[in-house]
Ligand binder design. Structure first.
Ligand SMILES: NC(=O)c1ccc[n+]([C@@H]2O[C@H](COP(=O)([O-])OP(=O)(O)OC[C@H]3O[C@@H](n4cnc5c(N)ncnc54)[C@H](OP(=O)(O)O)[C@@H]3O)[C@@H](O)[C@H]2O)c1
Length: 451
């Protein structure tokens, strides 16, 4: 730790914690409002004053509905890291690279604490930021980056710290959950539910990161690193979003006793033979969730995360995954920790001990699947599909056929649920059917979430 950083650390216990805030949008202004509204109890819990000294945004003049007159303004947000009156920087600007990353690096490099809500940056650069923090002795915290207001990182790093974690999974994107549950309750198709979500502010004008599953994958990669002691591996997350899920899939799922949710799942195999390394499987996919599973009742923009520990059992964290209030709540909780001097390694283990895990081969896993085919309405099609399943060793548990040529333009929907079996068998069956003129579009495979 350099002299300046040590000075900041030593003096910090007595004087106010001075904060530089980058970003005055939904999250940044939420932090200002929360600190104003709950100042007395926050400072009593922190044991010292929390004082914003400087802020940064692109537009200096915009009225943001909060009083900024007491704060210095920096148009270059990296300058916040260099100010003598800033001990901790909150990064609430966004973007995985560019100015946010520059600010994060400069802050930690200066030995100052960094609190960020930026899941994209932590998923892509969390490891290098944690290394930088370890080198300078600075604190790095990002509770708000995963599931907004839900204290799931704290829950894993602290509450479940005594456990070996077997599996982490959850509903990590409120936009997708809103869309899927609207489709479920109204019968709307994907495009209509998305348009409604945009009108109500639950989806952005460009919703691609959300609906393609990328946002959920950012959060899953962070959770997996914390839960399994792994180096963050965002590129190792297999991602499929919800754009292919139709109203018909939702109603078939319902008839079969399931709801559809976008679920991120991470688990970890024991060390691989010969390599001595563990293998991590991280996937974000729409899944069929049994109606009696706790995730089936998570509706609207709510998020929920399940972690299974070897002594504590199943933990369920649920709450608001976004929004000014919940996200500010998580950021200020991190600030209170920093004010108290509670830092600890950001990914639970010291960064040097995080393991570079192999990526597990999903083909060796077993599971049950929902498979939807859209086929031409002619004799022999069902026999062709079931023969491919038989030849690949896939056993069918139930099958539903919907639609007749007259009412559906010559297409029939065939939905089946498979018995438990190796995932590679389903892939083999679909490979056998590839190019068949009987199929009018690519089949959709949705896994059934196992208990
Ligand atoms: N919104 C949520 O519910 C939520 C939940 C969890 C995590 N997050 C994360 O929190 C971060 C912020 O999200 P948000 O919703 O608050 O975004 P936002 O409303 O778009 O606000 C972004 C703020 O950053 C400022 N900014 C952007 N680039 C800048 C630059 N180069 N220099 C200076 N200021 C810059 C913008 O300035 P101007 O206002 O002048 O344009 C704006 O004030 C993102 O990483 C997001 O993923 C958001």
């Amino acid at each position: 730790m350099d002299e300046k950083a040590e000075g900041n650390r030593m003096n910090g216990a007595q004087r106010p914690l001075r904060i530089g805030l980058a970003g005055l949008g939904t999250v940044g202004c939420g932090v200002i409002r929360l600190l104003d509204a709950n100042r007395a109890l926050i400072e009593a819990r922190a044991g010292r004053q929390l004082q914003i000294t400087a802020v940064s945004a692109r537009d200096r003049t915009r009225d943001r509905g909060v009083d900024l007159s007491a704060f210095a303004f920096e148009s270059d947000m990296t300058a916040l890291a260099e100010r003598d009156d800033v001990d901790v920087v909150i990064e609430a600007a966004g973007g995985s690279d560019g100015p946010a990353l520059e600010l994060a690096g400069a802050t930690l490099g200066a030995g100052k604490g960094l609190v960020t809500a930026n899941k994209a940056m932590v998923a892509h650069h969390g490891l290098e930021l944690a290394e930088r923090a370890a080198q300078s002795g600075a604190a790095l915290r990002f509770e708000a980056a995963v599931a907004g207001g839900i204290p799931v990182i704290k829950g894993l790093r602290e509450g479940a710290a005594a456990n070996s974690i077997d599996r982490i999974y959850g509903i990590l994107n409120g936009t997708c959950n809103y869309i899927l549950t609207r489709m479920e309750s109204t019968g709307a198709d994907f495009a209509d539910a998305l348009a409604e979500a945009q009108e109500l502010g639950f989806a952005e004008a460009d919703p691609s990161f959300d609906i393609e599953g990328v946002d959920a994958a950012h959060k899953l990669a962070i959770l997996a690193a914390i839960g399994f002691g792994a180096k963050v591996d965002f590129n190792g997350v297999a991602i499929s979003g919800i754009t292919q899920v139709s109203a018909a899939d939702i109603s078939q799922a319902k008839a079969l006793g399931f709801v559809i949710r976008l679920v991120g799942v991470a688990d970890c195999d024991d060390p691989q033979n010969g390599t001595g390394r563990s293998a991590l499987l991280q996937r974000v996919r729409p899944c069929l969730v049994p109606l009696d599973h706790p995730l089936a009742n998570v509706s609207g923009p709510t998020n929920a995360v399940v972690a299974e520990g070897n002594f504590v059992g199943r933990l369920l964290f649920q709450g608001a995954g976004a929004g000014a209030g919940p996200t500010a709540s998580a950021i200020v909780a991190d600030l209170i920790d920093l004010a108290r001097g509670d830092a600890g390694p950001p990914f639970s283990l010291p960064v040097a001990e995080l393991e570079a895990m192999d990526r597990a081969d999903p083909g060796g896993r077993t599971g049950r699947d929902y498979i939807r085919f859209t086929v031409t309405d002619r004799p022999g099609v069902l026999a062709e599909i079931t023969a491919a399943m038989r030849d690949a060793g896939v056993s069918i548990e139930s099958l539903i056929q919907r639609g007749r040529a007259k009412e559906s333009g010559g297409e029939v929907l065939l939905a089946m649920v498979t018995h438990e079996g190796p995932e590679r068998c389903v892939a083999e069956a679909l490979a056998l059917l590839e190019g068949s003129p009987s199929l009018t579009s690519a089949p959709l495979v949705l896994p059934i979430l196992r208990d």
